[in-house]
Write a protein that binds this ligand. Sequence first.
Ligand code: SF4
Length: 389
Amino acid sequence: MGVPISQMFTVATYVLKQKLSGRKRYPLVLMLEPLFRCNLACAGCGKIQYPAHILKAQLTPEQCFKAVDECGTPMVSIPGGEPLLHPDMPEIVAGLVARKKYVYMCTNALLLKEKLHLFKPSKYLSFSVHVDGQKEHHDLSVCREGGHAIAMEGVRAAVAAGFRVTTNTTLFDGADPNSVRAHFDELTEAGVEGIMVSPGYTYDKAPDQQHFLGRAKSRKLFRTILSNRKKEWKFNASPIFMEFLMGKKDLTCTPWGMPTYSIFGWQKPCYLLQDGYADTFQELMEAVEWAKYGTESGNPRCANCMVHSGYEASGVNYTFDSLKGLMQTAKAIFSSKYEDQGAMKLLNEWKPEGRGPLVQIGEKPTPVVVTTSVNETVSNAAATSVAGD
Ligand code: SF4
């Protein structure tokens, strides 16, 4: 598994403490979003469609530290937007490392090479580079010709400089499992510590609405990709979450497992939905009616969700919930190759559908007009231009 022993130990100790104290809902990873502006405008992204003044706003290092101290998770993920556009990102990361938090700083790597010298390698810091697939697939996904080459260059530069490097891959309808497996080979060869893979969420603000995966299609795709896996591949994810993606486990969503803090406050109820904000972490935990969320709730916005921010923490919780969970996880880590002849047949017979560039590479995505909470409208193309300011 692509996670160092010291990190596994810290997480295991933290989760066991929560269980022994009888805490039913506990956070595991803080999703710290210090800004929304980005230097890309990906077709499947639902995070960057804000008015200019929101895209210019950012959390201060002190606000970041307060949020981290408030919720107390052992791990902090920094998505966005593009965190490397934040001028204080090195200070934020250094402050979190000083607090002994395991930090995953997500980046599209466009600026990684030139900003690498601003960070110090540490067992607490990992760059989590967004690479959605092999060249053609990734370039389509991020709507930028050459995006893949830059991302892989960033990965190699960070590995060579002694940093921990993981990757995150989001899959959409039309993904070709043979190509995804070749992508895993490429990432492994580049020296990444662990690969994270997840289906995309059906953001209603994303420019490309036609390629999100439903649950049945997700399970078939992930079973085909992740069965008969190569021993060289290392994954940066709970093995139980990965079995959930493959259709081998049922998990219920634990949206409180990865709470989100941004310039708006604590987001209700999860990283993906925006049903208002709380001023404090405690208020978030107390004010959200959790029964209204998750696939079982009947909430249509949750119906197709299998995203890691809802279910990764569920997988970790499953592991520590019983001896059976621990044994199954140990088996998954140490011995399971997930041999599956049916999946092999699917893989061999898979006909690539071709995702079809709804958004032409090199052009801005089709403008989508979004009504924001502050009652303004903006197109994502305009947002992109502000992000590039
Ligand atoms: S199922 Fe997905 S969208 Fe719904 S609460 Fe969980 S993480 Fe959020």
